[in-house]
Design a protein around this ligand. Structure first.
Ligand SMILES: [Zn+2]
Length: 207
């Protein structure tokens, strides 16, 4: 039997020093590109489409858009969020919207999770605006994650799954279908089953 498939592979294209929005000046970075490969017997052979480019800080492991390297730190970097923070926020909103409307308690919960896992203090009003925009576009969380996966490193993907777990656990328990959904989120980000299960076990013990 011939075993074939596809897999995301991330390679470093360049490295140097940059101004990290999270840790400050003179941090070392790696510029990475994630690409989907055709695999034969689990060996990546043929490069297919590009999944994304990102810059990874070697100190905090945050990932950022490649444009971060051109930013004037005094002007713009302070407003730049790590990409996983955006991904976390968007996937939580998409998950909450999938069940219907997002009520005030849920918005407060989003705010708490953003602070606990992303270290970011978002205002209720900003979250409301983003939720409104999302509800017009009807975004499927899994599709969203497969689009974002190319700009996230392992740490970013783990934070996104933990955020999804916290949302699911908000009503006191995480049932089987919710666990399956979170598992699908991990797969949409090209994570292995073992990796996903490891993150879920960790999330379970910390909530
Ligand atoms: Zn950093």
């Amino acid at each position: 039997m011939i075993i074939y498939g596809t897999r995301g592979v991330t390679r470093t294209r360049e490295q140097g020093a940059f101004y990290c929005p999270q840790c400050g000046p003179d941090q070392s970075y790696k510029a990475k590109r994630a690409r989907r490969f055709f695999t034969l017997y689990f060996i990546p052979l043929i490069p297919l489409d590009k999944l994304g480019d990102y810059v990874e800080c070697q100190a905090c492991q945050g990932t950022f858009n490649p444009e971060i390297l051109d930013y004037d730190p005094n002007q713009e970097a302070a407003q730049t969020q790590a990409l996983y923070v955006t991904a976390m926020k968007q996937v939580m909103i998409a998950t909450l919207l999938a069940d219907g409307v997002v009520d005030d308690d849920e918005v407060t919960l989003l705010q708490e999770i953003m602070l606990a896992l992303g270290g970011i203090d978002v205002t209720i009003q900003d979250l409301r605006e983003e939720i409104d925009e999302f509800s017009k576009r009807r975004i499927d969380p899994e599709k969203l994650l497969s689009e974002l996966s190319g700009t996230l490193n392992d740490k970013g993907k783990e934070q996104v799954l933990k955020a999804a777990y916290r949302i699911a656990a908000a009503d006191g328990h995480v049932d089987k279908s919710e666990l399956q959904e979170i598992h699908n989120f991990g797969e949409a980000m090209n994570m292995s089953s073992a990796h996903i299960n490891g993150v879920l076990t960790e999330a379970k013990t910390s909530t």
